[in-house]
Design a protein around this ligand. Structure first.
Ligand SMILES: [Zn+2]
Length: 53
């Protein structure tokens, strides 16, 4: 099950839906749902850790 790192939305299945974004932070994978990804797309693309958002 994949859980959004920001809003705790979860999805069934072992892989994130194509609309979700996977970000690697501190050696671990973090997933963000479509809504959160859209909201934070600039931060994600600049590879800022979510702690900075
Ligand atoms: Zn989310």
């Amino acid at each position: 099950m994949i859980t959004c790192a920001l809003c705790d939305t979860s999805t069934d299945g072992e892989t994130a839906p194509p609309t979700w974004i996977c970000s690697v932070e501190n050696g671990g994978r973090q997933y963000f749902c479509e809504t959160c990804a859209r909201t934070h797309i600039r931060a994600i693309e600049s590879r800022l850790d979510s702690a900075w958002w």
